[in-house]
Design a binder for this molecule. Sequence first.
Ligand SMILES: NC(=O)c1ccc[n+]([C@@H]2O[C@H](COP(=O)([O-])OP(=O)(O)OC[C@H]3O[C@@H](n4cnc5c(N)ncnc54)[C@H](O)[C@@H]3O)[C@@H](O)[C@H]2O)c1
Length: 567
Amino acid sequence: MATITKFEELEIWQLARQLSKKVFTLTEKEKFNKDFGIRNQIRRSVMDNISEGFGRGGNKEFITFLCYSIGSCSETQSQFYRALDYDYISQIEFDESYILAKTIINKTGSFVTYLNKSNVKGEKFKHRTETNHKPQTKMYNKLKNKEAKIAIIGLGYVGLPIALAFAKKIKVIGFDINEERIKMMQKNIDPSKELEAKDFEGCDIEFTNSIDVLKQANFFIIAVPTDIDEHKRPDLNPLYGASVTVGKAIKKGDYVVYESTVYPGCTEEECIPVIEDVSGLKFKTDFKVGYSPERINPGDKEHTITKILKIVSGCDDESLETIANIYKIIVEPGVHKAPSIKVAEAAKIIENTQRDVNIALMNELSIIFSRIGINTYDVLEAAGTKWNFLKFFPGLVGGHCIGVDPYYLTYKAEALGYHARVINSGRYINDSMGFYIAKQTVKKIIAAHKNISESRVLIMGATFKENVSDIRNSKVCDIIREFKSFGVSVDVIDPHASSEDLKHEYGFELMEKPGKKYDAIVIAVNHREYLHLDEAYYKSILSDGGILVDVKGVLRNKIKELSYWSL
Ligand SMILES: NC(=O)c1ccc[n+]([C@@H]2O[C@H](COP(=O)([O-])OP(=O)(O)OC[C@H]3O[C@@H](n4cnc5c(N)ncnc54)[C@H](O)[C@@H]3O)[C@@H](O)[C@H]2O)c1
C-alpha cells in the first residue's frame, strides 16, 4: 500500500474542501427548495460525511472517511444521482462535482485498493464510480469545449431564442434563408420583436445564409415554420427546404434535431429521406436524428426557452443521451426523454390539440349561453369553484400553433383511415368564431334601429393574441371580412401590429387613432394598452345606442350604461 505524503494529504484536503463547498452551494440553490426533502438529504449526507472525515484528522482514518463520503456512501451518491435525474442539478454542475470527486479518488487510489482488500466500503465506491456516471458522448464534449459548432436553421420566434441561449454557452451558427432578417440579427435586432438588443450580448454566434459557413457545424437544429395550406393540409415545404440545406452541410458523425411542430412520423417519413438523398449518408450509421418540440409562447417573458422543461427524443439510446445532455446546457429545469421520435412529435401536437378542443367547448358554451341570455364568464367563474373544473375560456383561436397544429394530427389520422370527429368539430367551432362575433354585432346594430350599410365599427386589436406583434392566422381578420360583407365600414387600431404587414397579408391598414361616433366597438384583443380604458372612454367614441363588444369579457361587471355584449 502506497503511503500518502503530508503534501498530498494537504492537497486532498483542499480538494475535498472545494468539493464540499461545491456540493453545499449546489444544495443551497433556489431550485433545491422545490424539494426540501431531497435538498436536505443530499446536504446532510455529503456534509456530515466529509466533515466527519475532516474531523478524524488522521491520515488513514481521514482517507477512509473521505472515500466513504464521496464515493461509497450510498445515501450521498444515490441522492446525488437522483438530483441529476430529477434535474435538480444540471449535468454541468454534476460533472464539475464529479471531476473534483474523481480527482480526490485518483489521488487516494492506493487507499481504495487497500479498502477493497480489507472489504471496507471501498468496493461499493469503486463500482459506483465506474458504472454509475454516464460518460459524456464525443459530440457533447466537442460542443462543450467549443471544438464543434451547433447550427440553428430558421431564426424566427423559436429558432432565434434557442440560438442565443446556446450562444451564451457554446459556439453557434445562426442560419436563415431570409437575407433581410440575417442583416437585422447581425445588428442585434430581432425581426420577430420578441428579444431585445441586450439578449444578443455575450453571444458567440455567426448569423449567415451561407451553406459554406453552415458546413462548419456538426449539430443542426431545424426550427422552420410548419404552416397549413389553403386546404388546411400540412405545408412541409420549409421543412423539405431546410432538410435539403442540412443535407448539403452534414458530415459523418453529425446530428440533426427537428424542432418544428409536425405530425407523428413526419421526421422519419418525410425529412430524414431528404437528408439521406442529398448527403448520400445513411441515417443512424452515418448521422443521427432527434426531435425536440418547442414550448415557447410569444409575448410570455416567464416561460422562456431556458426556463421550461423540454421534451427530447433520439433515434437510438446514444443519440437520446447526447441530445438530452446538449439541451441541458441551456434548459435549466432539464429534459423529459421521450422513448421515440414519434412519441415526442405526438406529445407536442396533443399539447395544442387539447387546448384547442377545450377552447372550442367554451366557445360552444358561449353560443348556447348567449341564446339563454347569461354571461359565459359568470358561469365559468361559478363552475371554476369546483376543485377539478378546468380553466378554459372562450375566444378567438388564431396564430400558428393552436389553430394550426391540430390539422397536422387530423391529416395523419385521415391518412390512416380515421376521421377525427372531436378534433375536427373543435376546429370548425374555433375557426367560425370571428364570423359569429361579427354576425352577433350586426344583429345588435340592426336591433338598435341603425342602418347597417351606413354603420361604422371600430375594431381594437388585430394581432392573433394580446401584447404581441404577430398577425399570423389572426382571426380578427375574419371579423373584419364579415363586417365588410354586410357593407359596414371598419376602422382598425392596434398598438403592436404593423400596418404594412396587415396590408400585405390581409389587405387592410391601421388607423393611427380611433375616430368618433362608432355604432359598435369590438375589443378583439386584450392588449395591455386597452386595460385601463373605462366606460366613459368608450361612451365618448360611440354613437347614441352604440354597442360595446368585449370578446374576452374584460369589462364584465364594469359597464353600467352602454349596450354591452361579450362571448
Ligand atoms: N412561435 C411559436 O410560439 C411556436 C411555439 C412552439 C412551436 N413552434 C413551431 O416552431 C416552428 C417554427 O415556428 P416560428 O414561429 O419560429 O416560425 P417563424 O415564422 O417565426 O420563423 C421561421 C424562420 O425560418 C426561416 N425559414 C423558412 N424556411 C427556411 C429554410 N428552408 N431554411 C432556413 N430558414 C428558413 C424564416 O425566414 C424565418 O426566419 C414551427 O413548426 C412552429 O409550429 C412555434
